[in-house]
Write a protein that binds this ligand. Structure first.
Ligand code: FNR
Length: 378
């Protein structure tokens, strides 16, 4: 009932906040440092002004987009997010099921709490991509990549904005650990949200990256794993190890985009990791036009950060993105109501994309061109 009454993603965020322990909600909702990039990512979309064409017969609209040569029902894919079973015990499987039903790709994170093989077995119908963090131990990266290839993942998404973990101050203030530790504070929280805690304690323990016995902060875990020594040569190595499509996620300037497009990859994601890594990093929506010019059609360009509505997705496509990735938007749905909550988010985004296109006078994503938007000054 609560889900049906949610009119937009912000309403679902409010439900998520009530239903999830404070430290888990903050881990998901928060960003790095003073959260300036986090706020700016969303504020940038508010600067969009649409320029509609009228009397265009929009009685039938095709919202689909071609991503990596295959059709997606929307110009949207689900971004990789770590520890998804902590947001809701059904985790990655619930998200992938909703993605399959809506015909959009799902990206499983290296920090996922369901492994690549079991996820593919549970949801064979989903179009699946696998996100990779380069481990200090390259043989571990190779094992992960090979298991994803074996399980039918069509694309590998290498995240490059994470040489070290970003400063997540909300996590420090909340004493956040993964998995959550039982302390006086979490026990009090448990009394307020018994369902969440019962679900966590009665399902198999969170298991990620073969570190099932591990407990610590997300930042400690990241710094243990991530290789700050990674370079463009590692991309060449991956190109040899990985047989499928290759995407680089976390490109933040047009200069880097030009270099990355020359590395034999299929797509780039303009991203500041949802404002979770370098605070004050460039805002993807503002950097997008320069990136699109720099790569000049050599690779597909995706964008993420701050997408909370179908209108945001349409705006990014107008500015040259092939698609957007959404992160927090689907996690709010997951925290609000498991698989049904993610479905509700995708229903909302899908309706908003269609409606925005109709009101703009666009009948396919080909009509979403730069002349359809203007960025207002403030
Ligand atoms: C992320 N993101 C992320 N990215 C990645 O490459 N690997 C990962 O494991 C994670 N984990 C993760 C956890 C959580 C809780 C969030 C919110 C985000 C970043 C994610 O893929 C994406 O770049 C951002 O979420 C996009 O911004 P929005 O849509 O959340 O504003």
């Amino acid at each position: 009932r609560r889900l049906a009454a949610a009119a937009d993603v912000a309403d679902l965020r409010a439900v998520a906040r009530r239903r999830t322990p404070r430290a888990v909600f903050d881990y998901t909702d928060g960003g790095a440092g003073e959260e300036l990039s986090l706020a700016r990512n969303q504020a940038a979309f508010r600067r969009i002004e649409f320029r509609p064409s009228v009397l265009r017969d929009v009685s039938s609209v095709d919202t689909s987009a071609s991503l990596l040569g295959e059709v997606s029902a929307l110009p949207i894919a689900l971004a990789p997010t770590g520890f998804t079973r902590m947001m809701h015990h059904e985790g990655e499987t619930a998200v992938a099921r909703a993605a399959a039903d809506h015909g959009v790709p799902y990206t499983l994170s290296t920090m996922g709490t369901t492994a690549a093989g079991p996820l593919a077995a549970a949801v064979p119908g989903v179009r699946r991509w696998f996100q990779l963090y380069l481990w200090r131990d390259r043989s571990r990266s190779r094992d992960l990549v090979l298991s994803a290839a074996e399980a039918g993942y069509e694309a590998l998404m290498l995240t490059v904005d994470t040489p070290v973990a970003g400063p997540r101050l909300r996590d420090v203030r909340n004493g956040m650990t993964i998995p959550p530790a039982l302390t006086a504070r979490t026990l009090l929280d448990g009394a307020l949200r018994p369902w969440w805690w019962m679900n966590l304690l009665t399902t198999p323990p969170l298991e990620f990256a073969s570190l099932s016995q591990w407990q610590g902060t997300a930042a400690d875990l990241g710094n243990l794993m991530f290789d700050p020594g990674a370079t463009a040569e590692d991309v060449a190595w991956l190109r040899e190890v990985w047989p499928g499509r290759l995407i680089i996620k976390g490109v933040q300037t047009a200069e880097d985009a030009r270099v990355m497009a020359g590395l034999g990859v299929d797509a780039l994601v303009v991203s500041n990791h949802g404002g979770r890594q370098l605070d004050r990093a460039p805002v993807p929506l503002e950097e997008l036009p320069a990136v699109v010019r720099a790569v000049d059609g050599a690779v597909e360009v995706y964008l993420d950060g701050g997408v909370r509505s179908g209108a945001d997705a349409v705006a990014a496509v107008c500015l040259g993105a092939t698609a957007v990735l959404v992160g927090r938007a689907y996690l709010y749905g997951l925290m609000a109501g498991g698989e049904a909550g993610v479905r509700r988010v995708l229903d909302i985004l899908s309706t908003e994309v269609r409606q925005t296109m109709q009101l703009l006078g666009a009948t396919s994503v080909k009509d979403l061109t730069p002349d359809r938007v203007r960025l207002r000054a403030g």
